[in-house]
Ligand binder design. Structure first.
Ligand code: SAM
Length: 236
């Protein structure tokens, strides 16, 4: 992967960015995503945010080597602290866990003023992102699931709106876990993901059944059984 040729995962993230929007790519690493969309003329301005020194320097080097310093501002900082309210229209956060993505959004809430779209790609724990969106008035408008190099990724797109709208035709708990749009589509990749998750939960449940029988283990078992049942239902 490089800035010219993105991975399928990052390409799918790029495809969800509305043309002409100013973006902030948080956790940008090499800044491949902002360089790619700026070079293609999809976005006129981007912020590449990075908290770690190494990736920050890689982003800086990439942007300088592509002569994009006028259009891409590389900034070092934690989450949304690298941007001011109203500076961008769209925020992308990709390649991190769902809990970290939710924490970044939660800690930077006041910076979301004026942002009309969030494109979020959690590697795991997308339920944490969906929960945060519901709690904060963001409506999920699109989802995608894809497989690359043996790994399965989800992309969540949200805009300000009615956060419960996408969950009207599904039980909310189920929608948060599987994704309301993904649950409707039930693609082959979706089924592959949840078959593997279900198998994993069954393995853990089996281990728990053989372990101590205290109250905590019992509640964990109930929780796992509930998720297994939901996955079974989703896979039908
Ligand atoms: N977004 C790129 C992608 O999807 O290919 C890079 C993903 S990389 C696995 C995650 C990056 O997020 C790392 O470079 C890490 O330093 C950065 N990161 C983690 N927590 C962050 C935070 N709170 N604020 C900004 N960047 C963060």
């Amino acid at each position: 992967m490089n800035a010219e040729r993105l991975s399928n995962r990052l390409e799918a993230v790029a495809n969800k960015i509305p043309e002409g929007s100013r973006i902030a790519d948080i956790g940008s690493d090499h800044a491949y995503l902002p360089c790619n969309v700026v070079n293609k003329g999809i976005v006129p301005f981007a912020i590449a945010g990075e908290v770690a020194q190494g990736p920050y320097l890689s982003a800086l080097e990439q942007v300088q080597s592509e002569n994009l310093t006028e259009q891409i501002s590389v900034r070092k900082g934690d989450g949304l602290e690298v941007m001011e309210p109203g500076e961008v229209d769209c925020i992308t956060v990709a390649g991190m866990g769902g809990t970290l993505i939710s924490t970044i959004l939660e800690n930077g809430k006041e910076k979301l003023e004026g942002v009309s779209r969030l494109v979020l790609q959690p590697n795991v724990g997308s339920f944490a992102v969906r929960s945060w969106l519901i709690d904060n008035g963001w409506e999920l408008v699109d989802e995608e699931v894809l497989k690359e190099d043996g790994k399965i990724y989800e992309i969540l797109v949200a805009e300000k709106g009615d956060p419960l709208k996408p969950y009207q035709q599904t039980q909310i708990e189920k929608g948060i876990l599987f994704g309301p749009f993904l649950l409707k589509e039930k693609t082959t990749v979706f089924k592959e993901k949840w078959r593997a998750e279900k198998k994993n939960w069954e393995r853990i449940l089996n281990q728990l059944e053989q372990a101590s029988q205290n109250e905590e283990a019992a509640s964990k078992r109930d929780e796992l059984q509930k998720k297994i049942d939901m996955a079974e239902e989703a896979l039908k």
